[in-house]
Design a protein around this ligand. Sequence first.
Ligand code: EPU
Length: 420
Amino acid sequence: MARYEIHGGNTLSGAVTISGAKNAAVAILPAALLVKGVCRIENVPDISDVRILLEIIEKMGAKVEKCEPGVVVIDSTGPISTSPDEELARKMRASYYLMGALLGRFGKAHVALPGGCNFAARPIDQHIKGFRILGADVDENENYINLQPGPEGLQGTRINLDMASVGATINLMLAATLIPGMTVIGNAAKEPHIVDLANFLNTMGARISGAGTDTVKIRGVNGLHGGTYAIIPDQIEAGTYMAAVTAAGGNVLVQNVIPKHMECIYGKLQEMGAKVIVYDDAIRVISNGRLRRTVVKTRPYPGFPTDMQAQVCVCMTLAEGNSRLTESVYETRFFGYCKELQSMGARIEINGKTASVDGVEKLHGAEVEAHDLRAGAALVIAGLSAEGTTMVDNIHFIERGYENLIEKMTALGADIRRVE
Ligand code: EPU
């Protein structure tokens, strides 16, 4: 099994270029199945979740071509299977977007329940509720979801989500794009990748408005045409590098970012003592590693992202005084990494939704294990900031979502390598 070996203590300097957003890519690639035509999709990150998804889509019958780094061309004009490979679908979370895409294009789908990072119970009742309101018959058991048109057929209508779910918003946008009539999603999620999906679909001829607000309107169209689209930069990958510089110290230009998406993240890093300079499409972070306490509560966008909880927690473990970190999206997310950080000398106490973190002077290297993607990224940051050697196991979680992490970190001066 491969692991990361990190010799901590180096400060980070230079520039890092952020890849395309994972959570946008895993929505946009299935969206290409709605298009009878050729989609050229640029800025696609080369990460294992994307590779699995492309394999699924190709096996379903679409033509998939990787013509140059970061560019994928998908042609879904020919016959497409509505039963994606079940073993592959179970390997990742976002395979559930195949449900919405297939329901929208073919009116039916037979999709295995998704796998992915299981840091919490991750129900999909809101996706299913939405499909039913659109007129689908949904048959579900512990392994599969089967979708077919109900007796009245599929028809656009209003769907109010019980919570602003990213996945349900995306799945219902995918389904509604080709369903006749107007679909209105109330209490929609507002994350940047929802806007990116709407922009992709609109480029291909969809009529979606309101993405990025809590009401998304989709006027069903008869068909979509091919086109070219570039995925937005990854907010969380950028935030991860910014947190790494804050914790380990250094001076790094984080390039290819949309600064607006980063406001909530860099605001907290500034509060903790990092110096942040914002340019048009880049952000410089400078830190001497001496950090101040802060208070963070994760929230849906535009709040502080739950996907940055673990990384900011590492900064807190090194900040002077007592910091408090409250999780409001996935209560059990602390369990994926706090024990590992404690084994590196961190002083963290978890009380329900809140972690109380007493900063220490230094973390020390240890053998730790990634339990999910962001938890794994946090352990890398901890290893870079710690004294001594850290071995991170279960790195397949990290490689799900960070393109060329070793190369990018090494270029910044980190002493990190992948060992078998
Ligand atoms: N929820 C329900 N029922 C549903 C859907 C969601 O109860 O039908 C609850 C969840 O349990 C959670 C909350 O609603 O408490 C929000 O879940 P959401 O549906 O928004 O999350 P998701 O779509 O499963 C996406 C990202 C996650 C990210 C969350 C929150 C993708 C593929 N995944 O998950 O990303 O943490 O939104 O922003 O977009 C990651 O990148 O590491 C990651 C886990």
